[in-house]
Design a protein around this ligand. Structure first.
Ligand code: MSP
Length: 530
């Protein structure tokens, strides 16, 4: 299968925040997981660089819009590097190739008869870069404000070019009904269907008075010389195709499974505007648009004014990329809003990575080192656990397909709990002392089974926590120091080779663990973390 997965194009009005990192971490987990399953995967991310919001931010920083965008773009790529996130394409909407594509897209929509001139009167929120109805706003200090950004909406009256969205209501509704997985999770689908039922209105796709944007191709300007620029959402949404360049026909095709991961706040743009625009321009529609939930901190919305934002750079520098990525995918239910607390961060990482997985591996390796000089006993794994592995594999894949990474990881750690209980009950350290052949065999089966499961965990976790997985591989004697340094690029051949095994591969370690094994995850201390 060819699989194309995307994040939204992040706004570059400010430095990247934890919400951006959350979308990115999840999307990369799906991409790398599918790659591990041998699929042909392309992962696209981007930066949304035009519009009034960016223009204002650049002015506030005394920079030209392009300079401002270049500087912030660097902060984004630095964060993705720090989080060890690899992507195949990154589109910046201020790039010439993107501009050319937007113009071409506009012309396709126009030649389909879906663009006309009209006057728009209404309210506009610059932070959302979206038109608002009075009913969607709340009154604050006698002004109508955006409920998300708490800023007054601006009065807006302009002659603009419109996109004939209303023409697509029925087709869109049919597509949603015919493709039950298109809008996910399910509860978001109902929201979209209710918008369609309320009636879709044509919307302006151009603006005057905006300098930092793409020109409407055939607009000669008004009497005052004001030219129409393309509305930022009509521009930005096309980055999913523009950035593919020569690979566009391959990845944005009917035969490719196209998944778009977004936050719930931008569902309307992706589940209504975007598919209608694609229908009009004659391109296939995405197979899935998944709207994830929002992060809060200690039960509260995060915001600069509240002073409670989580800085993704500081968090990653303090705890490492593996820890940050694992926490967000394991602790929070993808799709639902999720709360970050320092306690849950420390508790989750210690419980799963340091104790459940880390200690299990360490205990078994110690016994094998002490009693068998590091040679992994040549016995079959326990039959009961063989079945448990098989169920895990089926469930893990199924849950990842459903875009429920938290449940997939839960399955894995519940299985590791069972292995821990099995090791505790069997107590191989005691059995090995009796000197009875039967006891020794029982201990050996237990140890080999536990190692097999740790190996399996390393494989499943590799797309999310590559360094942790490499440490496990190193301890199991599957990779040498030198290879260990080679890192974690999922596209690296070495990585592919190692992770394609489904059984602890004796061919790679000659049946011996690495006697110089090290703990794979050090316990975090709450006091130190604070
Ligand atoms: N530029 C638009 C997207 C254009 S796509 C054609 C945009 N950018 S954004 O920077 O505001 O948001 C990008 C992503 O970050 C969205 O998926 C959004 O939901 C996500 N998040 C922003 N704040 C968030 C939280 N507090 N929590 C979780 N995700 C959040 O919208």
């Amino acid at each position: 299968m060819t699989y194309y997965i995307t994040t939204p194009a992040f706004y570059v009005n400010d430095l990247p925040h934890i919400g951006h990192a959350y979308t990115m971490i999840a999307t990369e987990f799906f991409a790398a997981h599918m790659m591990q399953r041998g699929e042909d995967v392309a992962f696209m991310t981007g930066l949304d660089e035009h519009g009034q919001k960016i223009e204002k931010a650049a002015a506030a920083n005394n920079k030209s819009p392009q300079q401002h965008c270049d500087d912030i773009a660097e902060s984004f790529t630095r964060l993705w590097d720090l989080l060890e996130i690899k992507y195949d394409y990154m589109t910046r909407t201020s790039s010439p190739a993107h501009k050319d594509f937007v113009v071409d897209f506009y012309n396709r929509v126009k030649s389909n008869g879906d663009i006309y001139k009209g006057t728009y009167t209404g309210l506009y929120c610059v932070s959302c870069e979206d038109f608002k109805l009075e009913k969607d706003l709340e009154e604050m200090d006698g002004q109508l404000c955006c409920p998300v950004h708490k800023q007054p909406a601006e009065e807006y009256e302009q002659e603009n070019y419109f996109f004939a969205l209303s023409k697509y209501s029925e087709k869109l509704e049919k597509y949603i009904q015919d493709n039950p997985d298109f809008i996910s999770p399910d509860y978001r689908k109902n929201e979209v269907l209710s918008w369609i039922k309320e009636g879709l209105k044509d919307f302006p796709i151009s603006r005057v008075g905006l300098n930092w944007g793409i020109d409407i191709p055939d607009d000669s300007g008004d009497a005052n010389g004001n030219k129409q620029k393309i509305y930022v959402w009509f521009d930005a949404l096309t980055f999913y195709l523009s950035g593919l360049g020569e690979d566009r026909d391959k990845y944005w095709s009917k035969d490719t499974y196209k998944v778009q991961v977004i936050g719930k706040d931008i569902l309307r743009f992706h589940a209504v505007y975007w598919p209608a625009m694609l229908m009009s321009a004659g391109y296939p529609l995405p197979d899935k648009v998944f709207g994830h939930g929002f992060l809060t901190k200690d039960g509260m919305k995060m915001g600069k004014t509240l002073g409670n934002v989580i800085d993704p750079v500081a968090l990653t520098k303090d705890f490492g990329a593996d820890a940050v990525k694992f926490y967000f995918m394991r602790e929070l239910t993808f799709g639902k809003d999720g709360d970050f607390t320092q306690d849950s961060f420390i508790t989750r990482l210690n419980a799963d990575l340091a104790n459940n997985l880390g200690n299990l591996l360490n205990r078994c390796l110690n016994i094998i080192k002490k009693n068998f000089d590091g040679v992994i006993p040549d016995v079959e794994t326990s039959a009961e656990f063989k079945e448990i592995y098989e169920n895990l594999e089926v469930n893990f894949f199924k849950l990842m397909d459903k875009m429920s990474p938290h449940f997939a990881l839960e399955e894995l750690f519940l299985t590791l709990n069972k292995v821990n209980a099995y090791v505790n009950d069997t107590a191989p350290w005691k059995l090995l002392k009796t000197g009875e052949a039967e006891d020794i065999k029982k201990a050996q089966i237990c140890l080999v089974t536990a190692l097999e499961l740790c190996y399996k965990a390393a494989i499943y976790l590799a797309p999310l926590t590559p360094q942790l997985s490499l440490k496990i591989m190193f301890n199991l004697g599957l990779i040498s120091d030198q290879q260990f340094d080679l890192g974690n690029n999922p596209k690296d051949n070495l990585y592919q080779e190692i992770f394609s095994f489904n059984r602890l591969p004796k061919s790679l370690n000659n049946g011996k663990i690495n006697l110089d094994f090290k703990p794979v995850f050090s316990r975090l201390d709450l006091a130190e973390a604070a």
